[in-house]
Design a protein around this ligand. Structure first.
Ligand code: ADP
Ligand code: MG
Length: 252
């Protein structure tokens, strides 16, 4: 489904991704862990088509389509969703309007009818309730004045409503207290199924107690140096990255 081969990318002439190989089959949730500055966010940005990142080699296909050649909005229409590590604030843009516009453009791309304001609000309210968010977050401007935890929940709200085929979640757990973490994880778990895959970027094993991944990958210095099952996350929590990075360096 998502197939990344030999992907290299740079920012401002600095090479960040140094050859990423990663396949996420349909229906699977994969976690990516790794030290700060490893290139985890860069990987999610490159896949979603953010400006300023130059792909210098390799391929990335999504259901056989070359996503690297697609515009960001075409990637979204194809079913790729990115939840930002640092969600952007959009002063002057109402959260509900923003969501409805995003949802309707994805629905158009899928050949589904657009939702009118009433239909949309019904769905949005149900989703807000599930995520234990306050309803007035729909009325506020996108992320403006939201706490860190509220921003993260808002990302999951978007994901819940857009029903992507592939969700890229970049440290959606950071800044969340335990209760919020559980709610966010439940939001992700509720989306799980044969038509949903996710790449979950996280620093903490804790999130993976709630969102149990099919596979865990360790990204360090622009490369995936180790892959394994959920037990790999536990090993990292106990031993840190140094051991694994050292082993990878010796093997190279
Ligand atoms: N705009 C930029 N210009 C130059 N270097 C950058 C820029 N953005 C990120 N980097 C560098 O790219 C590397 C990878 O960053 P990032 O993908 O955010 O890592 P991670 O998410 O794993 O912590 C870091 O060394 C960071 O300093
Ligand atoms: Mg990051």
């Amino acid at each position: 489904m998502l197939e990344i081969k030999g992907l290299t990318a740079e920012i401002d002439g600095k090479q960040i991704l140094k050859g990423i190989d990663l396949t996420i089959p349909q229906g699977e949730v994969h976690a990516v862990m790794g030290p700060n500055g490893a290139g985890k966010s860069t990987l999610s940005y490159v896949l979603s088509g953010r400006e300023g990142y130059e792909v210098t080699g390799g391929t990335a296909t999504f259901f056989g389509q070359d996503i690297l050649a697609m515009e960001p909005e075409e990637r979204a229409a194809a079913g790729i969703f990115l939840a930002f590590q640092y969600p952007v604030e959009l002063p002057g843009v109402g959260n509900a309007n923003f969501l409805r516009t995003a949802l309707n453009s994805v629905r158009r791309a899928r050949g589904e009818g657009e939702l009118d304001a009433v239909q949309f609000l019904k769905q949005a309210r149900a989703a807000v309730k599930k995520l234990a968010m306050s309803e007035d977050m729909l009325k506020r401007n996108v992320n403006v004045g939201f706490s860190g935890g509220e921003k993260k929940r808002n990302e999951i709200l978007q994901m819940t409503m857009l029903q992507p085929k592939l969700a890229l979640l970049d440290e959606t757990d950071s800044g969340l207290d335990i209760d919020a973490l559980r709610i966010v994880a439940e939001g992700v778990n509720a989306s799980r199924g044969p038509n949903f895959s996710a790449l979950v970027i996280t620093h903490y094993q804790r999130l993976l107690d709630y969102i149990v991944p099919d596979h865990v990958h360790v990204l360090a210095d622009g490369r995936i140096i180790r892959s394994g099952g959920p037990e790999l996350a536990k090993e990292l929590e106990a031993d840190g990255y140094a051991g694994i990075i050292g082993e990878a360096a010796e093997a190279a």
